[in-house]
Design a protein around this ligand. Structure first.
Ligand code: HEC
Length: 250
């Protein structure tokens, strides 16, 4: 390979310059008239910018106007009062709250009219377990019930779930108050304090009750118990006077 073959002769380049220029000139009119179409790099038209600006502004204004103060409860149809001013809002009607809770937690088994389902779920309407002493009733919903039970002449042997962990004293009291007054039932309310007292007295309980155990239960009047927030004197065993759960040793 001779080196002089590869290296371009400067003289030759010099000579070709005018030729290149003439080629460019020749193409100029063609380039001017037949512009290649292209896309992707067009600037955004001004009116689109303004339109989006206006939309953004309107959206922001709309959101701020209808934000309801950014409160978590604005969409709540029956807001439950809390925080500052809750006291002035007045107490919740336990029967109204109880009906809601019944529909959420009990209706799937005990049915809308409390009639239960033959052979499977006992009725709550007219049931003496519901309208009788609340001591047994509170225990049934707090910890559940299992084993054979007779309600209004029919026998059942199922498993009633427990609600101690799911419903607080106020809610349990409300749902019990509701079932004691619905569908022709006519028994007194079960106030939250009453549920609290039983919950406290049976806090060791971890399994469902049986009818035999419930039959053995007698409960002191909850109104005689010290309020929940007051620590009872050391010499008075507070809920220890509760009946010993007959089946705990089983
Ligand atoms: C998963 C179905 C189910 C759900 C939900 C349920 N129960 Fe029961 N419940 C039963 C079964 C089954 C029995 C009978 C248990 C047995 O045979 O020992 C029962 C028994 C009872 C009893 C005593 C028997 C009677 O009919 O009077 C009461 C009271 C009661 N449930 C109230 C409630 C309340 C209040 C709720 C809602 C907070 C509720 N139950 C939710 C299934 C359910």
């Amino acid at each position: 390979m001779a080196p002089d073959e590869k290296v371009p002769d400067p003289q030759t380049l010099q000579d070709s310059k005018p030729e290149r220029a003439s080629v460019r000139e020749l193409h100029l009119p063609i380039l001017r008239e037949m512009r290649e179409p292209h896309d992707g790099r067009e600037p955004i038209p001004l009116w689109v910018t303004f339109l989006f600006g206006a939309l953004l502004f309107w959206g922001g204004a709309y959101t701020v106007h209808y934000a309801g103060g950014w409160r978590g409860d604005v969409l709540e149809q029956n807001p439950r009062p809390y925080g500052v001013g809750a006291a002035e809002a007045g107490p919740v009607d336990p029967v109204v709250l109880g009906e809601k809770l019944f529909k959420a937690h009990c209706v799937s088994c005990h049915q809308a009219a409390g009639q239960g389902q033959p052979g499977q779920y006992p009725p709550l309407a007219a049931s003496p377990w519901v309208t009788g002493e609340p001591a047994q009733l509170k225990r049934i919903v707090l910890h559940g019930l299992e084993g054979p039970i007779e309600v209004l002449g029919a026998s059942y042997d199922g498993n009633m779930p427990y609600f101690a962990a799911r419903l607080n004293d106020e809610r349990l009291g409300a749902v019990l108050t509701f079932i004691r007054q619905a569908w022709g039932n006519d028994a007194g309310p079960v106030p939250p304090e009453s549920v609290a007292a039983t919950r406290e007295a049976t806090q060791e309980r971890t399994k469902s009750w049986t009818v035999a155990e419930l039959d053995a239960v007698t409960e002191p009047d909850w109104t005689a118990l010290p309020p929940a927030d007051e620590t009872p004197p050391a010499d008075a065993p507070p809920p220890a006077d509760e009946p010993p759960a007959a089946g705990d040793d089983r």
